[in-house]
Design a protein. Structure first.
Ligand SMILES: Cc1cc2nc3c(=O)[nH]c(=O)nc-3n(C[C@H](O)[C@H](O)[C@H](O)COP(=O)(O)O)c2cc1C
Length: 207
């Protein structure tokens, strides 16, 4: 499989490619599972997205995340875990059924697992979580670039002990699920906020 690497000092892309990329990135919107159609990403496409997630800024080269793909054959086992969790939380039968069905959401399903180490010198926990978030962003953008729509989802399942045990090792957290598939309809662009609170120029106060 081709992995995008650019030799130091070289820039093989035409200038317009950067503009096209910026345009593409500006068109990414999350899409709920009900608006996702098959097929989901192939294992090669998931892998390509994970490789791009690795380009997230990573202080200390800790790579504090990994992805776990849930294949179609594994959905029934996941749905039982979802249902069991809902039962143990005392949720009513309708909610248990909804929890069971949730494991079949989205033509493609991945889990994002965070591995945050509390005592790394110079790399506090919040910096490691920032890397996880940046990895997620690159992963979503990569899927978008391949023509998929996607959404990150959490809910009660990510803190369910049995589900965490099924996906995470010691010292890992289940950060979120990522559903992906072909968009059934164009995304609804949200109106951008006025730019002022988002970006301003610092003015030091005069002494
Ligand atoms: C870690 C994480 C978990 C999320 N969990 C949920 C969720 O359970 N339900 C939900 O509706 N949105 C959830 N979201 C928000 C959506 O993924 C999405 O970002 C939001 O709908 C805004 O859409 P946008 O990405 O197009 O701006 C989560 C986002 C993140 C980063």
């Amino acid at each position: 499989m081709t992995v995008e690497t650019v030799p130091p000092g070289s820039n093989p892309l035409p200038a317009s490619a950067g503009q096209d990329l910026l345009h593409l990135l500006g068109q990414r919107y999350s899409t709920s599972p009900k608006y996702l159609a098959a097929p989901g990403p192939t294992i090669e496409e998931w892998t390509r997205a994970a490789r791009l997630a690795e380009r997230a800024p990573d202080h200390g080269a800790l790579r504090p995340f990994r992805f776990v793909i849930v294949g179609d054959d594994q959905r029934p086992a996941l749905s039982e875990l979802f249902a069991q969790g809902a039962l143990e939380r005392g949720q009513p039968p309708d909610d248990v059924d909804r929890a069971r069905a949730r494991a079949f959401n989205g033509p493609g399903l991945a889990a994002l697992v965070g591995r945050i180490c509390p005592d790394v010198p110079d790399v506090p926990v919040h910096e490691q979580w920032m890397c996880v978030g940046a990895g997620l962003m690159n992963f979503l953008n990569a899927l978008h670039g391949m023509g998929f729509a996607a959404k990150s989802l959490s809910g009660l399942s990510v803190s369910d002990e049995a589900i965490k045990a099924a996906f995470c090792g010691a010292d890992e957290s289940l950060a979120c699920w990522i559903v992906a598939g072909r968009p059934r309809q164009p995304a609804h662009p949200r109106q951008p906020e006025p730019v002022a609170p988002l970006l301003e120029t610092w003015r030091p106060t005069q002494a």
